[in-house]
Design a binder for this molecule. Structure first.
Ligand SMILES: Nc1ncnc2c1ncn2[C@@H]1O[C@H](COP(=O)(O)OP(=O)(O)OP(=O)(O)O)[C@@H](O)[C@H]1O
Ligand SMILES: [Mg+2]
Length: 410
């Protein structure tokens, strides 16, 4: 009934797996089902235990299926990890036919030439995203089909990932008899969920600070220019608290959320909290300032590393819309203020934009930004002409699956 309008996003994160079912009508997404499971098979955004990852995915998918009352047979799945790299490149072809009208075929040709790059060792392309086309020197064109010209150029953003990391994720999903519509870089998915088009136009940095990874992306002129994943996030803060306060990891996680802050200066000297001790029943009293002094340096390190990546890539001064934070760790008290003070640029928590409704709690929490972004990715095909390209010729990633199936399944 509803089924043909349903899209599913699968976010396989370091702390949780989320399957989100969206019902799409007139470009609007209504969330009709959600399943969530704890994740134990990933480290720093990458699958390290296939069995445990499969059982988390199974649980999340079954829950989502029950809630939405649909059978999930294919998903858009997110990928992250420090094996991810991005490169910008361009390609040129000439239009030699007498009518000089640019066709779909010319688009395929020019995107293909732009893909001729030296890949990092043992890696594959995940995305080839055309940013703009240039026809006879005129730039800023998003869809040149039907235009007249003699020279067609394209600027692309290419995202690559390690073959093994991609394979392992694919194996987990496919072993549950679920097909993959597309693998989507998590920073790209999150950006579709929380950035406004005005911010993307002006220039903005998005940080998705999760449990195991911080995903960085930079947008300018409406398009993605830079993406990178660094392996430090919320779990590191929790670990620091475990060590610093000599407390069990579950307790550290709890007090981080309840009493933790990234701003030492915001805490009074006499504010105290009760903390469980390791192996004992007793609680001990700790000052909130001590907790903040554990958290703040880790947040500083994490944000500095991310900002350094942006600086090294040359975009530090090209982002007037500043910094947008999402992912679970963006909920940490004081993190927005801390970042604003440290870098002197506008900083805000990401909000889910118009066009998404249903299950309000989910839609509004930064923990689900990636899953929601995967649904948006699924419907916003026109922004990613690569997908058109995919369907016609089969992307490298599809070829990779075919190769994988041949070798591993006989
Ligand atoms: N209120 C809060 N204050 C501080 N940290 C929080 C809060 N709520 C959640 N977190 C942290 O957010 C992290 C989980 O975020 P998220 O769900 O975005 O991660 P993930 O998608 O599973 O992981 P990743 O994207 O890194 O693979 C955990 O480290 C958790 O402690
Ligand atoms: Mg995540």
């Amino acid at each position: 009934m509803r089924k043909e309008r349903v899209v599913v996003g699968l976010d396989v994160g370091t702390t949780k797996v989320v399957a989100l079912v969206g019902n799409v009508a007139n470009g609007l997404i209504e969330i009709i089902g959600m399943g969530k499971a704890e994740s134990h098979g990933l480290e720093k955004g990458v699958v390290v235990d296939i069995g445990r990852t499969i059982s988390s995915i199974r649980k999340a998918v079954e829950e989502a299926e029950n809630m939405a009352d649909v059978k999930i047979d294919s998903v858009y799945v997110g990928i992250a990890g420090k094996h991810i790299n991005s490169i910008n490149n361009s390609g040129t072809v000439s239009i030699n036919r007498p009518d000089r009208i640019i066709t779909e075929d010319d688009i395929h040709r020019v995107v293909e030439t732009a893909q001729a790059i030296q890949l990092p060792p043992a890696s594959e392309m995940i995305h080839v995203i055309p940013r703009q086309y240039i026809v006879d020197g005129q730039d800023g064109i998003t869809d040149p089909v039907g235009m007249t010209g003699t020279r067609l150029e394209v600027d692309v953003h290419i995202v690559t990932g390690a073959i093994t990391a991609v394979h392992n994720l694919v194996r987990c999903v496919e072993s549950l008899d679920i097909g993959i519509e597309q693998i989507v870089l998590e920073p790209i998915a999150s950006s579709l969920a929380v950035l406004s088009s005005a911010e993307k136009e002006l220039g903005v940095i998005l940080l998705d600070i999760g449990g195991g990874t911080t995903d960085i992306s930079v947008f300018r002129g409406g398009d993605i220019w830079f993406s990178k994943v660094i392996p430090i996030a919320g779990e590191h803060i929790t670990n620091d608290i475990t060590v610093g306060l000599q407390t069990p990891i579950e307790e550290a996680e709890l007090i981080k959320k309840q009493a933790g802050t990234a701003l030492v200066e915001s805490v009074g000297e006499d504010e105290k909290i009760e903390v469980a001790t390791i192996g004992g029943d007793e609680k001990k009293t700790v000052s909130k300032k001590k907790l903040a002094k554990i958290i703040e340096p880790r947040v500083e390190e994490l944000l500095d590393l991310a900002m350094q990546e942006v600086e090294d890539a040359g975009y530090r001064d090209l982002v007037p819309a500043g910094l947008v934070l999402t992912g679970g760790t963006s909920l940490l008290d004081g993190i927005v203020e801390f970042a604003h003070q440290r870098y002197g640029i506008p900083v805000r928590r990401g909000k889910i934009p118009q066009g998404i409704h249903g299950l309000r709690d989910i839609v509004e929490s930064p923990i689900y930004a990636t899953s929601i972004g995967l649904l948006r990715y699924a419907i916003e095909t026109k922004d990613f002409s690569k997908r058109r390209y995919d369907r016609k010729k089969g992307s490298l990633i599809n070829k990779l699956f075919a190769w994988f199936n041949r070798f591993f399944r006989g």
